[in-house]
Design a protein around this ligand. Structure first.
Ligand code: KG4
Ligand code: ZN
Length: 343
């Protein structure tokens, strides 16, 4: 009988210390230790993030092995995020993964964080009919660090068709959220407070950006200036309009993303769309894409499971497993990269 592969995935590129164990594409454990300390600073403090990864990684690994009910010697390989991300955080994860790999005597598999977000769609879920996206497809990666449209030809053959020229969509939501009085990360708070809001109340203009690129900094400044001006006239403006502001901002962001992806489908003649990254857990964005796909029969839309949208170890483990199958092992001498690298 063919051996079932057991892979551990370690994610430490930003502020989540995450470790997962998967066995033949099924997730046995998915441990995430959130670093709450950043809330009060309004964003991730790199130095604090590195220190906390150092403290939390051994705890997360022990918990992941315990929850998976396996013996550490059953692990076939150690996969971990090599980049992009915060360099200090990545260095901690890299050193930890290298030590674990040497300690267990098992191969090392490096993972690109963006690729991992996309490949979460190949995790198997028990008791459901798993429907994986067929190649080629277009992936819209929307997170705190990235906003990209990527053409995915195969597991490890991807091409970036468009990127943000400035801020990422998650970053913009987080910055606007701070102005609205929320904690970091503000994306989920904007979604929460938009529930009973009127999304047509505030009509912020959409940026015009060439080709398949995005630009969100102009939109961000427009919203921030608008809130500042209105609050000067009426100090209770935010409080009185919170739900409507959140709903309007969220709606426009969803429309900007949809319009660009529409353009990408026409340019490439590919109508299979795969959402990925933390911002893809937003229900308004999901609904916008799903309802467009319902009206356009050519479209096929894939939405990630909620637990695999924001940073997690399972996305790293599945990518590691797919690399293992192709024998794409890495050397112990690899070093992390903070900036985006071509796949
Ligand atoms: O993928 P992720 O966990 O980390 C990066 O790779 O950057 O994404 C984090 C981002 C944050 O900006 C956060 O505000 C946003 O995802 N986010 C959301 C939601 N949940 C997380 N944005 C809007 N609505 C949400 N429900
Ligand atoms: Zn991420």
């Amino acid at each position: 009988m063919k051996k079932k592969l057991i892979i551990i995935g370690i994610e430490s590129s930003c502020d989540e210390t995450a470790v997962s164990i998967i066995k033949n594409r099924y997730v046995l454990s998915n441990i995430i230790i959130h670093q709450e300390i950043h809330k009060k600073y309004g964003g991730v403090v790199p130095e604090l993030a590195s220190r906390l990864h150092d403290k939390n990684l051994p705890i997360a690994v022990r918990k992941a092995i315990h929850t998976a009910k396996i013996n550490q010697n059953e692990i076939d390989a150690v996969s971990f995020t090599l980049g992009p991300g915060l360099i200090g955080s990545l260095l901690v994860g890299t050193s930890f993964a290298k030590s674990l790999s040497m300690g267990l005597g098992k191969p090392l598999l490096t993972v690109n964080h963006i690729q991992a977000h996309i490949l979460t769609h190949f995790i198997k879920n028990a008791n459901i009919n798993n429907n994986y996206p067929k190649f080629p497809f277009l992936s819209l990666v929307i997170s705190g660090g990235h906003t990209q449209i990527i053409k995915v030809n195969d597991f490890f053959q991807m091409k970036i068709l468009g990127s943000t020229l400035d801020d990422s969509v998650g970053e913009v939501l987080d910055k606007i959220a701070i102005k609205l009085g929320f904690y970091y990360p503000g994306g989920p708070m904007i979604e929460f407070f938009s529930k009973n809001g009127n999304c047509k109340k505030f009509g912020f203009s959409k940026p015009y950006v060439k080709k398949l690129n995005f630009s969100f900094s102009g939109f961000k400044n427009h919203v921030l200036q608008f809130i500042k001006k209105k609050s000067k006239d009426n100090p209770c403006f935010i409080k009185e309009n919170l739900s409507d502001l959140c709903a309007s901002i969220q709606k426009i962001v969803a429309e900007i993303l949809l319009e660009k992806v529409q353009k990408a489908t026409i340019n490439t003649d590919i109508f299979r769309i795969v959402l990925a990254g933390g911002v893809s857990s937003n229900n308004e964005i999901r609904k916008t894409f799903i309802s467009f796909a319902e009206k356009n029969k050519k479209w096929e839309i894939f939405i990630p499971k909620n637990q695999y949208t924001t940073d997690n170890g399972a996305m790293v483990a599945i990518t590691g497993l797919l690399k293992y199958k192709k024998k794409l092992f890495d050397s112990i001498h690899v070093t992390p990269y903070s900036k985006f690298k071509i796949f």
